[in-house]
Design a protein around this ligand. Structure first.
Ligand code: NDP
Length: 234
């Protein structure tokens, strides 16, 4: 059955791969972007999750064009890597605002329609480092670990209403975010990955698509690693 999906942060990287995968499966898909719209063929709605009005406008627009959101994917995320001694209040707060508060905002808005229809799929992009930790990423990994508690609490709250809430935890994935790391750092990380390479965005998208499917109705509160074995299932 075709569903309406909104991928927050879907104009590039993992979110774009998710949007393409869901569209290939026949779903009606909208993605959000800030400056750079998605490639041709995908419906884009502007949204900056650090701005509550922008979240409201994005949902209004997506729902006006496609109907109420059945599948929500929160892929918007930023890093602000610093060792603790150099991490300012702002460096700490910004990833939390985008990665965690952003997830709260879009989920809260999406759940409204899902509750009405008693069906919904929510998938939040966390990270392997949420569970393993990473030097220089105390802010980022805290925001990503918090998503697990957020998702599991909502899984309990919403499970009886046909709404599942799950987390996907990718390892280092071949996107702009990984490209921003110094090459030696990337190589050092890959050296510790059993499959010996970066994760492909399409591999993360396949996991998200499963969790978004009708078949995954009994999977909720899960953390699904797609990390080449780096976390050994955490
Ligand atoms: P990218 O840096 O390639 O893309 C980030 C996406 O987030 C873009 O669509 C970007 O939109 C969007 N975004 C950033 N800030 C905001 C904001 N304030 N409001 C709305 N959208 C925003 O990241 P990836 O695709 O690699 O990562 C996707 C998710 O997966 C992130 O949550 C990331 O933390 C997580 N992840 C990534 C890993 C990796 O190695 N790549 C590993 C583990 C987890 P815009 O184009 O407008 O900037």
């Amino acid at each position: 059955m075709a569903r309406t999906a909104l991928v927050v942060g879907g104009n590039r990287g993992i979110g774009l791969a998710v949007a393409r995968r869901l569209a290939d499966e026949g779903h009606h898909v909208a993605v959000t972007y800030r400056q750079e719209p998605p490639p041709a063929g995908l419906l884009g709605v502007p949204c900056d999750v650090t701005d509550l009005d922008s979240v409201r406008d994005a949902f209004d627009r997506a729902e006006e064009l496609l109907g109420s959101v059945d599948v929500l994917v929160h892929s918007a995320g930023i890093t602000r890597d610093r060792l603790l001694y150099a991490m300012s209040e702002e460096d700490f707060a910004l990833p939390l605002l985008t990665n965690l508060t952003g997830a709260y905002r879009v989920t809260r808005r999406a759940v409204r329609g899902m509750l009405r229809r008693r069906w919904g799929r929510i998938v939040l992009l966390s990270s392997q480092v949420a569970l393993s930790g990473e030097a220089g990423q105390a802010n980022y990994s805290a925001s990503k670990a918090a998503l697990v508690g957020f998702a599991r609490s909502l899984a309990r709250e919403l499970g009886g209403r046909g709404i599942t809430v799950n987390v996907v935890a990718p390892g280092l994935t071949d996107t702009d975010m990984a490209a921003a790391l110094p090459e030696e750092r990337r190589e050092a990380i890959v050296a510790g990955v059993p499959v010996g390479r970066l994760v492909r965005p399409e591999e993360v998208a396949a996991a998200v698509a499963f969790l978004a499917s009708a078949d995954a109705g009994a999977v909720t509160g899960a953390v699904l690693p797609v990390d080449g074995g780096a976390g050994m299932g955490h």
